[in-house]
Design a protein around this ligand. Structure first.
Ligand code: ATP
Length: 273
C-alpha cells in the first residue's frame, strides 16, 4: 500500500518495511523534483536488469533507500543485506565478508556464511565501498566474477549468486586514479551507475519530504499534526541542507518536539550551519 498524504503524489512504498529488521526508518521514497524523477526512471531500469549498481551521492541523500528499492524492483528473492564497509574489521574482514568454517581459528566452533553468502539469491549493499581494503576489493571482484566464494579455512569454493549494489559519497574514479580503489572492480560496478543529487539540487523535494517526515513522526510519537506556515516554509526552502535528507528529517523531528502549538515556526528549526 503506497504511503499517501495530501499534496505529495510521487511516493514509492516499501512493501516489507514493517518486517524488515534493517529498515527501521525507511518507509517510502519521496520523489517529486524533476531531477528525482529522472533518478527514479534510471532506478527502475537498473532494478529490472542484471547489472551491479554503483550509487553516488553525498551523505544523507538516500542511497540506502535507493538500494532497497533496486532490490525490491528486481526479481531476486533472497535477502537484502546492508553492510557498512567502514565497520568491517581490518583483522577479520575476510571472515566477516566471505564467511569461515568451524575450526578456522581456535575460537571458532561453528561455520558462518559471512555477509556475501547471506545475500545469496539476493542483494548485497555495500555502503562506502571505498573503505574496503585493496585486498578485500580484489577478493570481492573474484567472488562476483566467478560466482564462488572460499570461506576462511574452507577446502573448496562454494557457489554464490549475489547482486552487488555499492554506494560512495564521492567520485570513485578519483580513488582509482590515486591507486586506492581497484580499477577492475570500479569498471565492474560502474556499468550500473546511479547518481543521486544532493537535496539542494532537488528543491521541489524539500516540502514534500518535510511533510512526509512530519506525518511519519507524528504517527510514531502519537502527536497531533502541526502546520508548516509560510515563513517556516521559506526557511526550509532556502537552507542549503549540507546534511541532505537526513538533516531535514532530524530538523523536522526536532521541530515537532519543541513546537508548542499547532504550527511549526522558524525558531523551532534547528539549522546550525
Ligand atoms: N527520498 C526519500 N524519501 C523518504 N525518506 C528519505 C528519502 N531519502 C532519504 N530519506 C531518509 O533520510 C535518511 C537518510 O537516508 P539514507 O540513510 O538512505 O542516506 P545515505 O545516502 O545512505 O546516507 P549515508 O551515506 O550517510 O549512509 C533515512 O532516514 C531515510 O529514510
Amino acid at each position: 500500500m503506497p504511503f499517501t498524504h495530501k499534496g505529495t503524489p510521487a511516493l514509492l512504498a516499501f512493501a516489507d518495511s514493517e518486517r524488515s529488521p534493517l529498515s527501521i526508518r525507511a518507509r517510502a521514497l519521496v520523489f517529486v523534483d524533476p531531477r528525482s524523477c529522472q533518478v527514479r526512471e534510471r532506478l527502475d531500469e537498473l532494478a529490472a536488469g542484471p547489472l551491479p549498481v554503483l550509487i553516488q551521492g553525498e551523505s544523507g541523500t538516500g542511497k540506502e533507500l535507493l538500494a532497497r528499492q533496486i532490490h525490491q524492483g528486481s526479481v531476486r528473492s533472497g535477502l537484502f543485506v546492508a553492510v557498512s564497509c567502514s565497520a568491517i574489521s581490518q583483522a577479520y574482514g575476510e571472515a566477516e565478508l566471505f564467511g569461515y568454517v568451524a575450526g578456522a581459528h581456535s575460537s571458532l566452533s561453528s561455520s558462518r556464511a559471512g555477509w556475501f553468502g547471506s545475500a545469496h539469491g539476493g542483494t548485497l549493499y555495500l555502503e562506502e565501498v571505498a573503505d574496503l581494503s585493496l585486498a578485500l576489493q580484489a577478493r570481492l571482484l573474484t567472488a562476483l566474477e566467478t560466482g564462488q566464494v572460499m570461506r576462511v579455512g574452507g577446502q573448496r569454493p562454494l557457489p554464490v549468486d549475489v547482486r552487488l549494489v555499492a554506494a560512495t559519497s564521492f567520485d570513485l574514479s578519483l580513488a582509482v586514479k590515486a591507486g586506492k580503489f581497484n580499477r577492475r572492480l570500479f569498471d565492474y560496478l560502474d556499468r550500473g551507475h546511479l547518481s543521486l543529487p544532493p537535496l539542494r539540487e532537488r528543491p521541489a523535494d524539500i516540502m514534500p519530504l518535510a511533510q512526509y517526515f512530519l506525518e511519519l513522526y507524528c504517527t510514531r510519537l502519537e502527536l497531533p499534526l502541526p502546520q508548516i506556515g509560510a515563513a517556516t516554509r521559506a526557511v526550509l526552502e532556502s537552507h542549503n541542507w549540507p546534511g541532505n535528507t537526513r538533516e531535514l528529517e532530524n530538523c523536522i523531528h526536532f521541530a515537532l518536539l519543541v513546537c508548542e502549538n499547532d504550527e511549526i515556526l522558524p525558531n523551532h528549526l534547528y539549522l546550525p550551519r
